[in-house]
Every structure is written in C-alpha cells, then in structure tokens.
Design a protein around this ligand. Sequence first.
Ligand code: FES
Length: 98
Amino acid sequence: MAKVLFERTRHEVDWPEGGRLVDLCDREVRAGVPLACRHANCGTCRVEVREGIEHCEPAEDDERALLERIGNGSETVRLGCQLVLRAGDGRVRLWVTL
Ligand code: FES
C-alpha cells in the first residue's frame, strides 16, 4: 500500500510494504485510531474505509462476527486492529468512526 490517509487527523503516511494497520498506528501517533483490546473484542477501533477497500485483505471470521454483533454490516466498516493492507501502489483513506 503506497499511502494511508487518516482523515480525522489529516495525517498521511507512505506505507508501500503494507501489513497490519495496528502496527502502523503504533508507529504513527497521529493516526488517531483508538485501540483498546486489539483482539476483535471491543469495537473501539472501528474505521470506515472511504477509499481503497480493494487494497485491504478481507475480514477474518472474528472481525466479521464482532462487526455484525455491534451492528456494522457494511463491507467498508472494519476493525482497525484487524485490518491488513496489501503491499503495492494505491491509496487507502480511513475515517475513525468514534
Ligand atoms: S481494539 Fe478492540 S476490537 Fe479493535
């Protein structure tokens, strides 16, 4: 993934290698994604992928189950602690939903 834009904090990061968003958030204090349990249990880290969902790996069962339980059935709403971005070119634009 070439670029990730955290819209709420207006922070954009070059990230060509992609990987777990939680790792990027740990590195980038201005990401602004509120992380708590980090294990698909609490839902505080929800983000809306406003652009670039095609650059994201599909949700695993744990993530999908929690999102359904808390009433987020949209394919573009994801858990920041579980989201994995693919390597390569492109742009992902994220909005923290809290
Ligand atoms: S931090 Fe709890 S579900 Fe992501």
